[in-house]
Design a protein around this ligand. Structure first.
Ligand code: HEC
Length: 262
C-alpha cells in the first residue's frame, strides 16, 4: 500500500498542531517556573522582587558616620503607649478641673521673645498684635469676634487656663495644639499674653526709674505715637494742658503727656 504523504500532512496539520498548541499553552499557563515543592522559581531571568537591595539590622554601612546600618530613633522619640501627656506641662491642669496657677517653665526674656514671635504668627490674625481682638480676620467677620485679651475676666484666668485655651480652643476658637506642637512654645505664648495684658493695667511705676525719662522726655517722645492716656491723674490745673492738646490740633502730640507727667 502506498503511503499518501500528502494526506498524512493534512492530518498532522489539522489534528495534531491544534493539540500541540493546546498542550503548549496549558504548559505555559501552569507557570512552569514554580515547582510543587519549592517556593522559588527554577529559572530567574530578572531578579525576583523578594531580592532587593536593603540593609539588615546590625549591618555595616559606610554611608553613616558611625558605620552602622541601624539608625537610632530621633531624639525625644517616645514609644507607643509610653506618652504620659496628662501632666500640667501638657494640659495646663494640675488636677482634674484645677488649672495650673503659674507657668511651669522658667520665664525670662528669651521665653517672652519666643512667645512674642509665636503670638504674632498664630494669634494676631484674630486677636491683633495688642491682643484686643481686632485682627484682620475679626475685621472681616463681624459675627465672629475674638475675645479682648485685656478683659478683666481673662486677666484673672490662671496661666494654665490660657494654656488650655490655646491647646484645646474654646467655644468658637479653634485648638492650636496641632499648629503649635511644642508645649514649651505654648507656655511661651502664655507668658507673652501676660506681658501684653500688663499694657492696659500698667502704670509709670512699672517702668524702671532709669527708663522713665525716655518715656516722658519730650524729645524722645516725638518718636513714639501719641500717648493713649495720661499715666497719672492730671493735677488740679492739668485740665488746661489737656484741653489745650485736644482743641488745638496743630499742637505737637507730646504736649498733653508733658503736662500730665509733671
Ligand atoms: C482663628 C481666629 C483665632 C485665632 C488664630 C486665635 N483665637 Fe483666641 N479666640 C478666638 C475667638 C473667636 C475667641 C472667642 C471665642 C468665643 O467666645 O466663642 C477667642 C478667645 C480667646 C481667649 C479667651 C477665651 C474666653 O474665655 O473668652 C483667649 C485667652 C484666646 N482666645 C487666646 C488665644 C491665643 C493665645 C491665640 C494664639 C495661640 C489665639 N487665641 C488664637 C479666635 C482666635
Amino acid at each position: 500500500m502506498m503511503i499518501n504523504y500528502q494526506r498524512l500532512g493534512w492530518i498532522v496539520g489539522y489534528c495534531l498542531s491544534p493539540l500541540a498548541l493546546i498542550a503548549g499553552s496549558a504548559l505555559l499557563l501552569t507557570g512552569c517556573g514554580t515547582m510543587p515543592r519549592t517556593r522559588s522559581p527554577q529559572i530567574e531571568v530578572w531578579d525576583d522582587m523578594r531580592r532587593q537591595e536593603k540593609f539588615k539590622p546590625q549591618q555595616y554601612n559606610a554611608m553613616f558616620s558611625d558605620l552602622r546600618a541601624s539608625r537610632r530613633p530621633v531624639e525625644g522619640t517616645i514609644a507607643r503607649g509610653y506618652l504620659h501627656a496628662e501632666d500640667a506641662m501638657n494640659t495646663g491642669l494640675k488636677a482634674p478641673e484645677l488649672y495650673e496657677g503659674v507657668i511651669p517653665v522658667k520665664v525670662d526674656a528669651d521665653l517672652l521673645k519666643l512667645g512674642q514671635a509665636r503670638f504674632n504668627v498664630y494669634c494676631t490674625p484674630c486677636h491683633d498684635r495688642a491682643g484686643t481682638g481686632k485682627g484682620s480676620v475679626a475685621l472681616k467677620t463681624p459675627s465672629w469676634q475674638p475675645s479682648n485679651l485685656h478683659e478683666d475676666r481673662i486677666k484673672k484666668m490662671a496661666d494654665g487656663e490660657i494654656f488650655a485655651i490655646i491647646t484645646n480652643g474654646k467655644r468658637s476658637m479653634p485648638p492650636y495644639r496641632y499648629q503649635i506642637q511644642s508645649t514649651h512654645d505654648r507656655w511661651a505664648i502664655v507668658s507673652y499674653v501676660r506681658a501684653i495684658q500688663r499694657m492696659s493695667s500698667g502704670s509709670i511705676d512699672d517702668v524702671p526709674a532709669e527708663m522713665r525719662t525716655s518715656l516722658t522726655d519730650s524729645k524722645s517722645q516725638t518718636l513714639l505715637p501719641p500717648p493713649p492716656a495720661p499715666l497719672t491723674p492730671p493735677p488740679a490745673d492739668g485740665s488746661d494742658a489737656q484741653g489745650g492738646g485736644a482743641t488745638t490740633p496743630a499742637a505737637p502730640a507730646p504736649a498733653p503727656n508733658q503736662g500730665a507727667a509733671k
